[in-house]
Design a protein around this ligand. Structure first.
Ligand SMILES: Nc1nc2c(c(=O)[nH]1)N[C@H]1C(S)=C(S)[C@@H](COP(=O)(O)OP(=O)(O)OC[C@H]3O[C@@H](n4cnc5c(=O)[nH]c(N)nc54)[C@H](O)[C@@H]3O)O[C@H]1N2
Ligand SMILES: Nc1nc2c(c(=O)[nH]1)N[C@H]1C(S)=C(S)[C@@H](COP(=O)(O)OP(=O)(O)OC[C@H]3O[C@@H](n4cnc5c(=O)[nH]c(N)nc54)[C@H](O)[C@@H]3O)O[C@H]1N2
Ligand code: SF4
Ligand SMILES: [Mo]
Length: 732
């Protein structure tokens, strides 16, 4: 029997609506839902390859336990949970609850309840965010931190589709879908056709840059210097919105003083961008009326991501690029609670507490949770609080953390490593227990997370339309499988440990900036709630009830729901901070050290930068025959001039060395890449204790990174994962 169902792809947080063809209970085809009012049929290759993910012969269908000889034997999931709970109990009794850590990753995106319950589990243990090692601290933590230091505009930034300029600093939404989830290439194309002046700042000519009116190609990692140069011009030439700044911001004199050394000539010399391009970018941006300057992972990974984001926010604030009184809310709520946007900021606050230093490097407690870049050292460093048990929930730290060798050593020393995954990932292969999760088409879907992601900083997704969708499960789990969702796993463990769980529903905010506080819901610990019930908890108090959203199978744009932004409250005493003292001090540091980056030299003449691959999401999709099957490795992209210099051709195997490690890769020419740059995707390759087949598995770039203290942000722990000095040579 062949039937079609409307569902949602949940591989990434774009959550595209899809039409799934099912034959005798098996998905055989996925296309975009052409009746979706917002996405209009858009999908990417990863969504269209969902049938191959579900039907993959190596998909994990049973729990597995590692045997003394290193092989894995299947066991019932309930038995595995019994054993894991008993081990956790013993570990907690012996070493305390701080010896148990959780690392949720991108595999949790398929159901946001997973993250809530992972946090609830740690809260129940009494350790909370201190043992929550999430991707948040290796994926631009500077976004939330800088927003805390600068202040957050309640009515939000200008929406992209209503802007006349936009600056992408090291972000490539056409491939990543970050910032623009609903057919980014088309949205950008239409915006540019309608007159938007798009500026891209990226060492490569990206798919997004091809649509830009101006493309700056700086030296990797020199973006804070470049943005300080923009500010120098904006402030010295008085190109800012004086009325807006006087009304809503403080600290302009401190900022002006701090950017004085960043003259266009200095910035040009350090960042490697011609002065006239710097001036042109500023002129285009400041003479437009609407639109933001936003950042992506590329520049965030060069260690000064918080400063970068802070300077970006200062540029937007100086130019008054926030939704004003009388305008429509740019990012309206549907599945989140109602709130009244006002044209005013929420006050800045300090998002860390140095009176509560962590175990390592004096890293303070922050609103972002534990510093994931230090996870291996947290496991390897003896003393109170040493991590003895780690639960990896939809994450693959064996390839996503810096310094793969150190990660392996740390993981091999654990008393308990659990991997909740859908395949035998790099991390699952070194775990003690591997627990199989459902795949996306087997669970319900709801779009709330699309709205909530705006709280993680500018340009992290966020919906520009009052849109919502719900989709029921399309497939039953495969016959004979023994699956458990991530949140259900934590629930069952808590039940065994006799600890009650509470979740927080409808969270509209982050850190100390809340449009509305979440509602606490105590879970029934006698009878496990259904996933549907958990979604009801998640959407508790939503502006539109979940039941109403369920009525519209293709999703709905609730146009009539929009809000007009009210004026600033007469008694509002909150102001944006333009001159935060920590940020001003960091500006001095980057000035004193020409960007505070390793400079290319004779030993390491190239800088390695990160990039995303369309067919895979980090490591997700690598084993899918339709995705990674066709593109099994991550090429080492180089400018043809560099290839020629080293006597290398596209397709040649090369050795790549950094001060921290060595790997082999496969060279590929990329015409418009800035010379001196090696551009490569991450999360490929085998584990250090396995044979690596570069042509079929790619290369783990994390072996070229270090997790030493010197390579980690001293407050937020973001490890340096960009602008890495490297050398290459031909393997003969
Ligand atoms: N060198 C370098 N390192 C980086 C980066 C970089 O650019 N360069 N980027 C960093 C960034 S931004 C991030 S976010 C991290 C990513 O870090 P991770 O989240 O650790 O890496 P992923 O590869 O996304 O891992 C996702 C895992 O979830 C599994 N999975 C997929 N679907 C499901 C599901 O439905 N359920 C469950 N339970 N599991 C599922 C996959 O098999 C995979 O093992 O990497 C970081 N590391
Ligand atoms: N297809 C696909 N989509 C993904 C992912 C994926 O792996 N594949 N990963 C997901 C994840 S976890 C995340 S966090 C988002 C990330 O989303 P984005 O941040 O948009 O990621 P990228 O597409 O890599 O774009 C980053 C750009 O930064 C550039 N860059 C590198 N170094 C520098 C630098 O020093 N300065 C400047 N100015 N630019 C630099 C790179 O060349 C690249 O074009 O994407 C998500 N979406
Ligand atoms: S962009 Fe691709 S991976 Fe992301 S939700 Fe849409 S179809 Fe899925
Ligand atoms: Mo990420």
């Amino acid at each position: 029997m062949v039937e079609t169902h409307i569902s949602m792809c949940k591989v990434c947080p774009a959550y595209c609506p899809i039409e799934v063809t099912v034959e005798n209970g098996r998905a055989i085809k996925v296309i975009g839902d052409r009746n979706s009012p917002l996405y209009k049929g858009y999908t990417c290759p990863k969504g269209r390859a969902l049938p191959e993910a579900h039907n993959h012969p190596d998909r994990l269908l049973q729990s597995h336990k590692r045997q003394p000889d290193g092989s894995f034997a299947p066991l019932a999931t309930a038995t595995a949970i019994d054993e894991i709970s008993a081990k956790l109990k013993a570990i907690i009794e012996q070493y305390g609850p701080e010896s148990v850590a959780v690392y949720p990753g991108n595999g949790t995106v398929n159901n946001p309840v997973n993250i809530s319950i992972a946090v609830a589990f740690l809260n129940a243990l009494g350790t909370g965010l201190e043992r929550f090692f999430s991707v948040q601290t290796i994926d631009q933590p500077g976004k939330v931190i800088a927003q805390a230091l600068h202040g957050k505009w309640i009515a939000g930034p200008h929406p992209f589709h209503l802007s006349d300029t936009w600056v992408l600093v090291g972000a490539n939404p056409v491939i990543s879908k970050m910032g623009l989830g609903q057919n980014p290439a088309q949205i950008i194309k239409e915006a540019v056709a309608n007159g938007m002046k798009l500026i891209v700042i990226d060492p490569r000519e990206t798919e997004s840059a091809k649509k830009a009116c101006l493309h700056l190609q700086p030296q990797p990692g020199q973006d804070p210097t470049l943005l300080a140069g923009f500010l120098h011009i904006i402030l010295n030439e008085e190109l800012y919105d004086k009325e807006f700044v006087a009304r809503h911001a403080r600290g302009i004199d401190e900022l002006r003083a701090a950017v004085q050394p960043f003259t266009p000539e200095y910035v040009s010399a350090v960042a490697g961008v011609p002065v006239d391009q710097i001036r042109e970018a500023v002129s285009i941006f400041t003479s437009a009326k609407r639109g933001s300057l936003v950042t992506g992972t590329g520049p965030h990974f060069a260690l000064h991501g918080t400063l970068l984001e802070y300077l970006a926010l200062c540029i937007n604030t100086l130019c008054g690029r926030w939704v004003r009184e009388g305008e429509r809310n740019g990012h309206p709520h549907v599945m989140l609670p109602d709130y009244q946007p006002r044209a005013q900021p929420m006050a800045p606050y300090k998002p860390w507490d140095e009176t509560k230093p962590g175990r390592l490097y004096g890293l303070p407690k922050t609103i972002m949770g534990a510093a994931t870049g230090t996870l291996a050292d947290e496991i390897l460093t003896p003393g109170k609080g040493q991590i003895r048990a780690l639960i990896c929930a939809g994450s693959n730290p064996m390839v996503s953390l810096p310094d793969q060798n150190r990660t392996l050593k740390a993981f091999q020393s654990l008393d308990l490593l659990v991997s909740l995954d859908v395949e035998m990932s790099n991390t699952a292969r070194v775990a003690h227990y591997v627990i199989p999760d459902y795949l996306g088409l087997e669970t319900p879907a709801v779009s709330q997370f699309l709205e909530a992601s705006k709280y993680y900083g500018l340009w992290t997704q966020g919906l520009e339309w009052p849109y919502a969708m719900y989709a029921p499960p399309v497939l039953a789990p495969p016959e004979g499988s023994d699956l458990i969702e991530i949140w259900q796993f934590f629930y069952e463990v808590c039940k065994k440990l006799g600890i009650p769980l509470s979740m927080y529903g409808n969270a509209a905010g982050a850190g100390e900036h809340w449009d509305k506080y979440p509602q606490q819901v105590a879970l029934d610990m006698n009878e496990r709630p259904s996933t549907e019930t958990m979604y009801e908890h998640m959407c508790i108090g939503s502006r539109v009830p979940l039941d109403e959203v369920k009525q519209h199978i293709h999703g709905k744009i609730y146009d009539d729901l929009d809000h007009q932004v009210l004026p600033r409250d007469a008694d509002c005493d909150a102001y944006f901070a333009l001159g935060d003292s920590h940020m001003m001090a960091e500006l001095q540091v980057i000035h004193a050290n020409r960007g505070d980056l390793p400079q290319p030299d004779a030993d390491y003449p190239l800088l390695m930068t990160p990039r995303r691959t369309n067919e895979v999401l980090n490591s997700i999709g690598r084993t899918n025959p339709k995705l990674g099957g066709r593109h099994p490795y991550n090429p080492a992209f180089l400018n043809p001039l560099d290839l020629e210099k080293y006597g290398i051709k596209s397709g040649d195997h090369i050795q790549i060395r950094s001060p921290y490690g060595e790997v082999s890769g496969i060279a590929e020419a990329e015409d418009k890449l800035r010379p001196g740059t090696l551009s490569m995707s991450h999360c490929f390759g085998a584990n250090p204790n396995e044979q690596n087949d570069t042509e079929n598995q790619g290369t783990c770039t994390s072996r070229l990174l270090s997790a030493d203290q010197s390579q980690i942000d001293p407050i937020f722990g973001q490890p340096r994962m960009g602008a890495i000095p490297v050398a290459i040579s031909l393997i003969t």
